[in-house]
Design a protein around this ligand. Structure first.
Ligand SMILES: C[S@@+](CC[C@H](N)C(=O)[O-])C[C@H]1O[C@@H](n2cnc3c(N)ncnc32)[C@H](O)[C@@H]1O
Length: 292
């Protein structure tokens, strides 16, 4: 195969993933009217399907990625240990899971701005997913956090984690949407970091065509910050290593939005894929830096 640019390798890799998803989606499984599988020795998938698809009414045919539904149920039941919280966060089916802890640690160790330590103490967490960063901000002592997401599954999931951790009085989960009403002294956002189309619900946490959420966050930030407030953007530069976005583009959006970068704190990935030399995107993954 001729030498490919990083962007060509990425698009080839995505095309293969999309083809695989398409083939698997054509393999169908019949579920009974209580989501049971009428096959000898079949696993009991009733609870997993209820959590992913809602209550059962009649026999349904679902596509083979039922396996994803089953593993999502395991994650939801067991939860993900978040050392910065000393607690477990329970992701739902189709919701971005905080398995890569390095970005959570960035939010845990970055000094809080005076606008929240000496002010009303209100923060926004935009695109909250499981609610992990909103919970972390509460853990760091903030009085009131408003968390949003565009994905209704994420809103339900975040509300459940907030309730489980007894933070209902301090964290409001609202949406679907991006910015809530009003202003905050701190606005945190960890948007999808790869500008490309997603092939499944859960991928919408990672892929976002044209970096739409990133742009909306930066464009709306100044209008939603209290005086001397800070916006914390958590962003991996993987898209830059893949040739899908340039640093110049990002800095231009920041400047055009009238924002001023006061600091940048970097971290390197700790997940095993960063060292997997058989991964076609290895060179880009090995060079990846995530910054706040
Ligand atoms: C990378 S995930 C981060 C989730 C969570 N904040 C965390 O750190 O684990 C990005 C989140 O942004 C949400 N999202 C994507 N586009 C959005 C938009 N336009 N408005 C609000 N949320 C959006 C996704 O549903 C997803 O939950």
């Amino acid at each position: 195969m001729p030498d490919l640019t990083p962007a060509e390798s990425f698009h080839l890799h995505r095309r293969a993933r999309s083809h695989r998803a398409h083939v698997l989606s054509r393999l169908l499984v019949l579920l009974e009217d209580d989501y049971s599988l009428a096959l000898r020795r079949a696993p009991d998938v009733r609870q997993a399907c209820t959590e992913a698809y809602g209550p059962a009414h009649e026999p349904v045919v679902v596509s083979f990625p039922l396996l994803g539904v089953i593993s999502a149920q395991q994650w939801r039941e067991k939860g993900v240990e978040v050392p910065a919280l000393d607690a477990r966060i329970h992701p739902h089916y189709g919701v971005f899971s905080p398995v890569r802890g390095e970005y959570v640690d960035l939010v845990a160790r970055t000094p809080l701005p005076a606008s929240v330590t000496h002010g009303p103490g209100t923060a926004f967490d935009l695109g909250t997913g499981t609610g992990v960063l909103a919970v972390l901000l509460a853990h760091r002592g903030l009085d009131h956090i408003v968390a949003t997401d565009i994905n209704p599954r994420a809103l339900t999931c975040a509300r459940e984690n907030v309730r489980r951790l007894n933070l209902t009085g301090r964290i409001d989960v609202v949406g679907p949407g991006l910015f809530p009403e009003g202003r905050a002294g701190l606005i945190v956002c960890n948007p999808p970091w790869i500008p490309a189309r997603s092939t499944s619900a859960v991928e919408q946490g990672v892929y976002d065509p044209n970096s739409a959420m990133l742009h909306s966050f930066l464009d709306g930030l100044a209008a939603h910050l209290e005086p001397r407030g800070e916006g914390w953007l958590i962003l991996s530069d993987l898209a830059e290593h893949l040739g899908l976005r340039t640093r110049r583009e990002l800095l231009t959006v920041i400047e055009t939005a009238g924002l001023h970068v006061v600091d940048k704190i970097d971290t390197r990935p700790r997940h095993p894929r960063a060292w997997d030399t058989t991964d076609p995107l290895h060179a880009a993954r090995a060079a990846e830096v995530t910054s706040l």
